[in-house]
Design a protein around this ligand. Structure first.
Ligand SMILES: Cc1cc2nc3c(=O)[nH]c(=O)nc-3n(C[C@H](O)[C@H](O)[C@H](O)COP(=O)(O)OP(=O)(O)OC[C@H]3O[C@@H](n4cnc5c(N)ncnc54)[C@H](O)[C@@H]3O)c2cc1C
Length: 327
């Protein structure tokens, strides 16, 4: 491969208008920040939205880069994102993985165990039951429960109304019951104590670099089931997805400022009111929303996008986690 390779992410440039007040500020143009931004601009009108990204390109961990004429990709597969692509109107040329779509290699000293993870949760359950016959019942119970819980996740709305929130416990009781459960505790709940079996089942947290004792069970199950249902790789490189998200966000009037590291989130009276970007003199403010449905998209806490805007007490249920200092 020649050095002349041009990655899609290099086609995305800042379109920051330089203003100091926005309706919504999002920190980080990784997949979470881009998804938050796209959902927001698609579901609101006339809102001024700014994505602040410390790197010079979008994508965060989901990216590709060129070194000495070779392209390296940080991502191995896209889970089942087809509905989302259709919803967003993003066109991606995807190649579907068939059969065993993932290998898990576990190294114990000089010994190496290799597991071939098949597509389809029922095949995965049978594969594990064959490898760990003494645990077969627990495995089947866990997978059945996970499939049922995930079908409930799919019924939830990204931006729920007050009524949607009220009926969530009825519509998605398993989701509610496991909302604050880590994936490690989810495995405990089904009595999965065999360390080798746990290691295979933890594939879906370890591939994102998060220990199972810190990963949300719902997020891990989502990663597991969406990738088992249908998973893909692009015909191009993995940076194409965030690059296309960023270009669409800009087309829908969203602004992105690259090389903009947020060093402080400014909080007044318990509310995030703006941010300070490294090297800037002043702060960029987040305006009060006038849109009555403006509320925090219900993204799991592990998804590290920080959406900031003033909101009244009624909306104060939406949390934001932050790496930059909070002043
Ligand atoms: C090795 C590895 C392999 C993976 N493989 C897969 C896979 O095959 N399939 C899959 O679906 N998932 C995979 N994942 C998980 C996936 O990459 C992550 O879940 C996803 O990229 C997280 O996106 P994010 O936007 O939440 O965070 P990030 O990708 O971390 O994005 C955060 C963004 O915020 C920016 N930022 C941070 N702090 C600031 C600041 N103060 N100011 C401004 N900008 C800031 C960062 O530069 C970054 O662009 C993998 C993860 C790892 C580590």
């Amino acid at each position: 491969m020649g050095e002349s390779i041009r990655l899609k992410k290099d086609e995305v440039h800042s379109n920051y208008g330089g203003e100091d007040t926005y309706d919504l500020l999002i920190i980080g143009a990784g997949i979470s920040g881009l998804a938050t931004g796209l959902m927001w601009v698609k579901n609101t009108e006339g809102k001024k939205t700014l994505l602040l990204e410390k790197n010079s390109y979008p994508g965060g961990y989901s990216t590709a880069y060129v070194r000495e004429g070779y392209v390296f990709e940080t991502t191995q597969l896209f889970p089942d994102i087809v509905d989302i692509l259709e919803y967003l109107g993003l066109e991606m040329n995807l190649k579907r993985y068939e059969g065993d779509f993932m290998r898990r290699i576990v190294v114990h000293g000089d010994e190496v165990d290799e597991y071939h993870i098949p597509t389809g949760p029922e095949h995965f359950a049978e594969y594990l039951a064959k490898l760990f016959p003494g645990e077969a019942d627990k495995i089947r119970k866990l997978i059945d429960y996970a499939v049922s819980m995930f079908s409930q996740v799919r019924k939830l709305k990204v931006i729920p109304t007050f009524r949607d929130k009220l009926i969530t416990p009825l519509k998605a009781p398993k989701v509610v019951a496991n909302l604050n459960r880590t994936y490690a505790s989810f495995l405990d709940k089904f009595g999965i104590t065999n360390p080798e079996l746990r290691e295979v089942m933890e594939t879906f947290t370890s591939f994102s670099g998060v220990p199972s004792a810190r990963a949300s069970s719902i997020l891990a199950i989502g990663a597991m089931l969406t990738s088992m249902t249908r998973c893909f790789r692009p015909y191009g490189f993995y940076d194409e997805f965030p690059a296309k998200m960023a270009l669409l966000f800009q087309e829908l009037q969203g602004e992105i400022r690259f090389n903009a590291e947020v060093e402080k989130i400014i909080v007044e009276d318990g509310k995030a009111v703006g941010v300070r970007v490294k090297g800037d003199d002043g702060m960029i403010q987040a305006q009060a929303p006038s849109h009555e449905n403006a509320c925090c998209p219900s993204l799991p806490a592990e998804i590290r996008a920080w959406a900031l805007w003033r909101h009244d007490e009624r909306d104060s249920g939406c949390g934001s986690s932050a790496q930059p200092d909070i002043q």
